[in-house]
Design a protein. Structure first.
Length: 751
């Protein structure tokens, strides 16, 4: 082992910081020069300590040294204490020379990472020395052998606490010195790990985490362990970040941003940080809460922010509301922590009060502007390639350089065929946050690339917006992609006008109820509620699908089996889950057979009546605060509670079709693709059989099946047989007078 002590470790042993820069910082990397210069002072201390150990070593050339204790070694240990630390090591001439060079570099405008660490983590000179002692093993592999010698154990290649304190001129018996390695800023800030907790304190190994080493060497990629919980900072310009930026600039380090339904606290927080020249570390608290080592990752995220001098943006805070220790681990003083959420602040979440700010919802005009900017339809690229785009793909590591000139040019070409009015008409009904608008526009541009001309259309925009819908509602309702339009509806004029009013209200509700505040106070939402009332088969569900198609939204049909529960209070919980999931989805919510859950309140005769009325009262409040488009469909309008009716925006009555409409329905349901014999008398069928639209559609399908098995052409005999089949399903009698001259067609199988 004595041979190890004589190894020349001059790789770090320059005379001062300038010499280190000459070898390692030839490209002007003053930060690395400073680090290596300070590391070289550790080498001198190691040399000195090795020499002092060898001077009292009775068996310096023993090849098994460090593997056993000889009798002489035991006698030496019993003879008295080991020599204490040599005086004056913490302020030697080499350290002073390196720091003078660092002063000159900072005056020249260089950023020295080691000094930045000292300022942001509040490190003392002893902390810096301890950090450097633990760091040198990661800078020069030969120090592993030297520390094996100093530890008197060849298997332990990192400095033990006793060795580190001795190298730093600190006494192992000093409470102050020991505290730096138990709960000092090195340990609490995650800059230094004291390992082997089962060992006595003097023998515990010191290790600098890889991320800290990489940072000091000039690498700024975040810790790989944080990948599951980090999200890219949104590169979107929206809102007024000036007030928040001023507060941060004046020293506010804890802020809670409560965001509106179409606003974005995350976007505003990132903008405020960038206005101050700071980067942003953005953490998804839903993902963090799901990790098994969430507390460790939270501390790593706080360390990441402090290493980079960045702000830490974390949300939604509701995901960890029951875990205040996790929020405490995110504190990254002196860097700002900006928490994001949608609910009210709970004082129990943190030990000190935050700055509370409310982030407003975005307006329709703001969202239209963001759509145009994201599509490239609102500005043209300049000769220098900068353009005026505010939404791009820089990834958010710095100040938002925006997309490349080639990307912008392709974007402008794709959007060249679409005007502002088309963009506004196609997107007005979608309630999206600013970053969702950016993603939806990118999705629309991607959709357009499969088209021959590559041009963005209104349908591409709607598809991109729908792509922002999460899957939270899929497990609670049946999703239908609308495939029918106004031309497919066969209805009288009155219900058609009412249906168009539903679509009109849904499209402009944000402007009327939001921008113009036409429904102020009372916690009322920006939703639209409609009642579709009519007999079964009169077209209520199909009409809801047509409205959804007109708006470019998906239709979600609520399954009552997942809602109604016999246990008290469970129905309300199920409905809350549905409304909560629907709040984040741009879709049409259809409650079929709505009278089952939106029925009349009754006189209280027993506990069941009381709880049933509580359920109805809850629904009244929840419907009023809903921000989406909800359609209630019922066969029995009289069964709907009057309080619900008062809160409805539109009531649509669906009558049974008359003969003229039945004729159109038969023709529409048989369609143009099914071969039809000239003998099919639709005038007779429509006039003779009083069927609702749903029954006509079912009969047409049955006739098509019969025709497929009998030559492939629909004939009158198939239609009459299908009507008979539908009558029997409905429990109606088949009378000769009703079937008229076609009664004979039923004789082989009927009466």
């Amino acid at each position: 082992m004595s041979g190890d002590a004589g190894v020349d470790v001059g790789g770090l042993g320059q005379t001062d910081g300038h010499a280190a820069a000459g070898q390692h910082g030839q490209h002007g990397d003053a930060s690395l020069a400073h680090l290596l210069g300070r590391a070289a002072t550790v080498e001198e201390r190691v040399r000195d300590l090795v020499a002092r150990r060898r001077a009292v070593d009775p068996q310096p050339d023993d090849p098994f040294r460090g593997l056993y204790l000889s009798d002489d070694a035991v006698d030496r240990l019993l003879a008295g204490p080991r020599p204490g630390p040599a005086p004056g090591l913490a302020a030697d001439a080499r350290t002073a020379a390196v720091e003078r060079a660092a002063d000159e570099a900072e005056r020249a405008g260089d950023r020295l990472r080691l000094r930045g660490l000292v300022r942001r983590f509040g490190l003392s000179p002893l902390d810096v020395d301890l950090l450097l002692v633990a760091l040198v093993c990661d800078l020069d592999a030969r120090f592993e052998q030297l520390f094996g010698y100093l530890n008197d154990d060849v298997t332990r290649r990192r400095p033990a606490t006793a060795v580190a304190l001795e190298l730093c001129g600190a006494d192992l018996a000093s409470a102050h010195a020991r505290a730096r390695l138990t709960h000092g800023p090195l340990v609490t800030g995650g800059l230094l790990a004291v390992e082997d907790p089962d060992r006595p304190f003097p023998g515990r190994a010191l290790r600098v985490p890889d991320r800290v080493v990489e940072h000091l060497l000039g690498h700024d990629a975040p810790d790989a362990a944080l990948a599951p919980v980090l999200v890219a900072p949104p590169d979107v310009r929206w809102g007024e970040a000036g007030p928040l930026a001023r507060a941060l600039d004046r020293g506010v380090t804890l802020t809670y941003l409560r965001e509106g339904s179409t606003g974005s606290a995350r976007v505003l927080a990132v903008q405020a940080l960038r206005a101050l020249g700071r980067d942003a570390v953005v953490v998804d608290l839903h993902a963090l809460a799901a990790e098994p080592d969430a507390h460790v990752l939270a501390r790593s995220a706080a360390r990441e922010a402090r290493l980079r001098g960045a702000g830490l943006v974390a949300g939604p805070v509701e995901a960890v509301a029951t875990r205040p220790r996790l929020l405490a681990a995110l504190v990254c003083d002196p860097e700002p922590l900006l928490l994001v959420g949608r609910g009210a602040w709970d004082p129990g979440w943190t030990t000190r009060p935050p700055l509370l700010l409310t982030v407003p919802a975005s307006t329709t005009d703001e969202r239209s502007t963001m759509w145009l900017r994201a599509l490239g339809a609102g500005s043209q690229p300049t000769e220098g390639g900068e353009g005026t785009d505010d939404i791009g793909g820089s990834g958010g590591s710095g100040g938002g350089a925006g997309p490349s000139r080639g990307a912008r040019t392709a974007r402008h070409e794709a959007a060249a065929g679409i005007d502002d009015a088309t963009v506004e008409a196609a997107t007005l009904q979608f309630r999206l946050r600013p970053e969702q608008v950016a993603r939806a526009a990118a999705s629309a541009l991607a959709q357009a690339r499969v088209e021959p001309d590559g041009q963005v259309t209104a349908e591409h925009l709607r598809a991109g917006a729908r792509a922002e819908n999460g899957s939270a509602l899929d497990g609670l309702a049946r999703r239908i992609e609308p495939a029918v339009g106004w031309a497919d509806l066969v209805l009288p004029r009155a219900p058609l006008i009412a249906l168009r009013e539903v679509a009109l209200r849904a499209r402009h509700r944000e402007r009327v109820l939001g921008d113009w505040s036409m429904r102020p106070g009372g916690g009322r939402g920006h939703g639209v509620a409609a009642l579709f009332a009519g007999d079964s088969g009169t077209g209520k569900t199909m009409s809801a699908e047509v409205v959804a198609h007109e708006l470019g939204l998906d239709l979600y049909v609520v399954d009552l089996a997942t809602v109604v529960d016999k246990y008290i209070g469970e129905t309300e919980k199920n409905l809350e889950r549905i409304f909560g999931a629907a709040a984040g989805v741009n879709g049409v919510l259809l409650f079929d057979e709505a009278d089952a859950i939106f029925g009349r309140r009754s006189e209280v005769r027993d506990s069941h009546d009381r709880y049933a009325n509580i359920e109805s009262a809850y629904l009244l409040q929840r419907m009023e605060s809903f921000d989406g488009l909800a359609i209630l469909a019922t066969n029995l309008r009289a069964n709907i509670d009057e309080a619900f009716t008062r809160r409805l925006d539109v009531l649509v009555d669906f009558p049974l079709p008359d003969a003229e409409h039945r004729r159109a329905l038969w023709d529409r349901c048989l369609g143009a693709l099914v071969p039809r014999d000239p003998d099919v008398d639709l005038d007779f069928v429509a006039g003779a059989f009083e069927l609702a639209g749903g029954a006509i559609r079912s009969s047409a399908v049955t006739a098509a099946y019969l025709a497929a098995d009998d030559g492939g052409t629909v004939r009158m005999t198939h239609v009459i047989s299908a009507v008979e089949h539908e009558y029997r399903k409905l429990g109606r009698l088949c009378l000769p007078g009703e079937f008229g001259r076609y009664w004979s067609m039923l004789q082989p199988t009927g009466a």
